[in-house]
Design a protein around this ligand. Structure first.
Ligand SMILES: CC(C)(COP(=O)(O)OP(=O)(O)OC[C@H]1O[C@@H](n2cnc3c(N)ncnc32)[C@H](O)[C@@H]1OP(=O)(O)O)[C@@H](O)C(=O)NCCC(=O)NCCS
Length: 221
């Protein structure tokens, strides 16, 4: 049962793609080239690729402001709603019925789950959603039979590195000039064995702590 002001995670669908492209631009503004609508359609049919989205339900097409915003932010949201197209004509398309806050994806390569993307909208940061996407990716990787999770991250990207370190990723190497936009190096980061008793004990504890801290992150039963 879904509740108001809650966020959910589910598999990415074709109709998510317009909002996924928005998030991609927002989260990776300097990246080039950017994925396109057709590259995501293709990815969703790639048997090795697995993508998820984090969303807020918006069944009436009503404008929703992020929880915890200042009084002015919330008031501005309400004024926008009063004068919005949606208020008179309903949501413009099915994608307006919910708002995506973030997305993530992996490629399964034998016993390795490689994170190809993970990002949240700037307006939705620091409310536990990036961490929840990572938790969901690790859970999915275990279900798919992965032994380790790996990724590349800009050496300047401290927020992402801290998030990964929290979940046991360590730096396994460096790829020189990996990013074509500015020639920046990438760290290769990797977990240990995610199926091991030791990792799972810590992971389940972190999951429980995340769940307690961020009550707006709801599992769908
Ligand atoms: C990295 C990213 C996904 C984090 O998303 P988020 O929704 O803001 O993250 P959360 O609120 O769940 O934070 C989880 C953890 O991330 C780390 N973190 C997030 N923002 C941080 C910041 N500004 N500085 C340092 N650490 C930060 C912390 O470890 C935090 O845990 P804590 O709250 O216990 O300190 C987000 O910043 C993003 O989309 N960045 C742009 C895209 C990107 O760089 N993706 C990674 C590519 S490798």
């Amino acid at each position: 049962m879904e509740q108001e002001n809650a966020y959910y995670i589910r598999k990415m669908k074709d109709q998510d793609i317009p909002q996924v492209l928005e998030i991609d631009l927002d989260a990776f503004p300097t990246q080039w080239p950017h994925p396109t609508s057709s590259s995501f359609h293709h990815e969703l049919r790639n048997k090795l690729a697995h993508y998820i989205v984090c969303y807020r339900d918006n069944p009436d097409g009503r404008f929703i402001t992020p929880p915890g915003g200042s009084f002015l932010t919330r008031a501005a949201g309400y004024v926008r709603y009063l004068f919005s197209h949606d208020r008179f004509f309903g949501p413009a398309s099915s994608t307006d019925k919910y708002r995506l806050a973030g997305m993530a994806g992996i490629w399964m390569m034998v016993d390795e789950a490689h994170i190809v993307t993970i990002g949240t909208r700037k307006t939705e940061r620091n409310r536990g959603l990036g961490e929840w996407l990572l938790i969901s990716i690790i859970d999915m990787a275990v279900r798919l039979g992965a032994r380790i999770v790996t990724l590349e991250v800009r050496i300047s990207n401290t927020p992402a590195q801290q998030l990964y370190a929290k979940y046991g990723f360590t730096i396994a190497g460096t790829r020189r000039k990996y990013y074509s936009d500015n020639g920046e190096d990438a760290y290769i980061m990797s977990t240990g064995d995610i199926g091991s008793q030791d990792y799972q004990a810590k992971f389940q504890q972190m999951k429980a702590e995340h769940h307690q801290r961020w009550a707006h992150c709801c599992e769908i039963n």
